[in-house]
Design a protein around this ligand. Structure first.
Ligand code: FAD
Length: 367
């Protein structure tokens, strides 16, 4: 049986942990509980088809969304049924119908390959949009993407870890450092394995520095505020995309997450700031003024792992047999993390995975 250590228990590491445990590996997951885990702050939107991104990133983003039904059946087979995933639809809104024409054209272009996961796309107009998401402003045009989904990042990550444990995996706390390609030191104790997977999100660069290697990943701070609409069942409300980087995502029991900031200069500072708070609330109320009286529950802060060039870095580290990395998921890790975790687990176990050609760590990128 192959022994594998996975460092980092966000969505990237949890997905690899589950996929390895499912295939019978002897796998240990290590996490240091640092403030600013991206997964715990994520909005949970699974709606990649209207993304303006291009290239390998968007291909993985769309493939990741299409993988969700398979993931849910794998979790159910391991006895875990709660993920808080729901295909509640994605509502793209804008005051200028021409902007929606462009979004509709992009979705139509992607339909041939991704139509099944995307579902029906319908120009429903502002009045119908306000029936589906009542706090919306008047005067908006709207496009509904029926296959759009949302998932609670915390619940999903816990589900993957619980399923991995149920299949024999081990979880332990502590800060891990790499020692060579198949040894890890956790709080002074040395653990060895046949393979090590580094899935430490925005912190990945620091782990490799000790080996004299460079993984080009930077933190990007995201602040996201959770509101509660009192006495309203919001479970079936669609997510709202005003064709900019901000959005509104509804969950059960009146909870609506609005955000998020994209701050590249904040380093590892995981605080809620006055400017961040102002920005997310101003953006949210500009498109959904009906939320003005909602209760502010909390603001979460996560550090997205942003890879230089934008494409995730997933695969075997050149020149280091047994050492693998899974990071750089940027703003799309909840969507693509489960699929990439499964592909990487197969690669760790010796399969050759063509889809990982685009993400392989390359000496040219500094590794
Ligand atoms: C505000 C916000 C909104 C988002 N919304 C969405 C969305 O709607 N849809 C979507 O698809 N994606 C979204 N994302 C992106 C997504 O959350 C990230 O891409 C993803 O969570 C990254 O996962 P990760 O496991 O790589 O990193 P993380 O979740 O940050 O996990 C890394 C883990 O490694 C641990 N670690 C670090 N160093 C060590 C060490 N030395 N030893 C042990 N453990 C260590 C950390 O403590 C952490 O737990 C959002 C992100 C943010 C911040």
């Amino acid at each position: 049986m192959q022994r594998v250590i996975v460092i980092g228990a966000g969505i990237a590491g949890a997905a690899v942990f589950f996929a390895l445990a499912r295939r019978g590996a002897d796998v240990t997951l290590v996490d240091d509980g640092a403030a600013g885990q991206a997964t715990a702050a994520s909005a949970g939107i699974i709606q990649p088809w209207s993304s303006s991104a291009t290239g390998a990133y968007v291909d993985l983003y769309m493939a990741g969304a299409a993988y969700y039904p398979e993931l849910l059946s794998q979790l159910a087979a391991a006895g875990i049924t709660r993920t808080d995933y729901r295909r509640s639809g994605g509502l793209i809104v804008h005051r200028d119908p021409a902007e929606l024409d462009a979004a509709e054209a992009l979705l139509e272009d992607r339909r041939a390959e991704h139509g099944e996961a995307m579902g029906r796309v319908e120009r429903i107009g502002g009045a119908r949009a306000r029936e589906l998401f009542p706090p919306l402003a008047e005067g908006l045009d709207a496009l509904l993407v029926e296959g759009g989904g949302r998932v609670d990042g915390r619940t999903l990550c816990d589900a993957l870890i619980a399923a991995g444990r149920a299949l024999g995996g081990t979880v332990r706390g502590g800060a891990a450092a790499l020692r060579g390609d198949t040894e890890v030191v956790v709080d002074g104790e040395t653990l060895s394995a046949d393979a090590v997977v580094v899935a430490t999100g925005a912190w990945t660069h620091a782990l490799f520095t000790g080996l004299g290697l460079d993984i080009p990943v930077q933190p990007q701070r995201g602040q996201i505020t959770h509101l509660r609409v009192e006495g309203v069942d919001t479970a079936a409300w669609p997510s709202v995309f005003p064709l900019s980087h901000h959005y509104l995502v509804a969950f059960d029991h009146g909870r609506v997450a609005v955000g998020a900031t994209r701050e590249s200069e904040a380093g590892f500072d995981a605080r809620v700031t006055a400017q961040g708070q102002l920005e997310v609330l101003r953006d949210a109320l500009s498109v959904a003024p009906g939320l003005a009286d909602a209760t502010v529950i909390e603001t979460r802060v996560g550090l997205r792992p942003l890879a230089d060039g934008g494409t995730p870095v997933v695969g075997a580290v050149p020149g280091m047999p047994g050492l693998f990395v899974a990071t750089g998921y940027g703003a799309g890790g909840l969507t693509m993390g489960p699929l990439l975790g499964d592909l990487l687990a197969r690669s760790v176990l010796g399969e050759s995975i063509r889809m990982l050609d685009a993400t392989a760590p390359r000496p040219a990128s500094g590794i």
